[in-house]
Design a protein around this ligand. Structure first.
Ligand SMILES: Nc1nc2[nH]c(SCC(=O)O)nc2c(=O)[nH]1
Length: 278
């Protein structure tokens, strides 16, 4: 696949792996300061991740963790818009907006976002049109149901085959509103409507998704698939996250969505050094 992804005013060279830093602007990730303090803290966090080598920052205003409560579009917009505007003004980085809400997609694109990252693959009313109108690239991710119920005994015959056909179908939905394949990034959706066994099998077989001909984004950082295997809680999953980051790059993933940017950048750099050797 052509490795250049045009992200608004910037171009990402996806012939090599990139690290996407996670910037949660949900209340549970906020300090208890006021809105301004939180905006300042968010901008400083983004700045640190860019300094550490992140070439994308993923700004999310709605927690999509299992059981997360629903956020109103207005509330989500009030959290996300100021942060996108500040990063677009202050930093040289591709801003990905992690949202399923059409109004948030439109406003973020207007404020300088360079990519739409929708865990619901543009399923909500108006999302396909909002993404199409934005002109931005879109990450399509596999998920079933909603965070409130997606982990209730998910079942698959062949999880990788079903994820692949889901993503294929969403690519066709995108094509039907003029979002060409060249604007698509694909994501298996680790941790969304999947058991640990499903996640590990999907990870092992993720290379079959290359048949769809689009770059892969992988988000496994600090997730429960690591916690379950290692028996570690969320703040002790760095080593497991780095192991999977290395494996994902080895399997051809081109965007790694992570919390621990500096550490993951070192993993990517070591792999690049080996690949560049004689
Ligand atoms: N594209 C994409 N977006 C995401 N947003 C989250 S939120 C849950 C968490 O970080 O634990 N995960 C993902 C992911 O895996 N892929």
């Amino acid at each position: 696949h052509p490795a250049r992804l045009s992200c608004g005013s910037r171009v990402l060279d996806l012939s090599r792996p990139h690290v996407m830093g996670i910037l949660n602007v949900t209340p549970d990730s906020f300090s208890d300061g006021g809105q301004h303090a939180n905006l300042d803290a968010a901008l400083r966090h983004a700045q640190a991740m860019v300094a550490a080598g992140a070439t994308l920052i993923d700004v999310g205003g709605e927690s999509t963790r299992p059981g997360a409560r629903v956020v109103s579009p207005l509330e989500e917009l009030e959290r996300v818009a100021p942060v996108v505007e500040a990063i677009a003004r202050e930093l040289d980085v591709v801003i990905s907006v992690d949202t399923s809400t059409p109004a948030v997609m439109r406003e973020a694109a207007r404020l300088g976002a360079g990519m739409i990252n929708d865990v619901r693959s543009l399923a909500r009313d108006g999302a396909l049109d909002a993404a199409s109108d934005s002109g931005l690239p879109v990450c399509l991710m596999h998920m079933r149901g909603e965070p409130a119920d997606m982990q209730n005994a998910p079942r698959y015959e062949d999880v990788t085959a079903e994820v692949r056909s889901f993503l294929e179908a969403r690519m066709q939905a995108c094509a039907s509103v003029g979002i060409g394949a060249e604007r698509i990034v694909l994501d298996p959706g680790f941790g969304f409507a999947k058991t640990v066994a499903h996640n590990l099998s999907l990870f092992k077989r993720m290379e079959s998704l290359h048949a769809l001909g689009r770059p892969l984004l992988v988000g496994v950082s600090r997730k429960s698939m690591i916690g379950n295997v290692l028996g570690r809680d969320v703040n002790d999953r760095l080593y497991g996250s780095l192991a999977l980051a290395a494996l994902a790059v080895d399997k051809g993933a081109r965007i790694l969505r992570v919390h621990d940017v500096a550490q993951t950048v070192d993993v990517v750099r070591m792999i690049a050094a080996v690949e560049a050797a004689e």
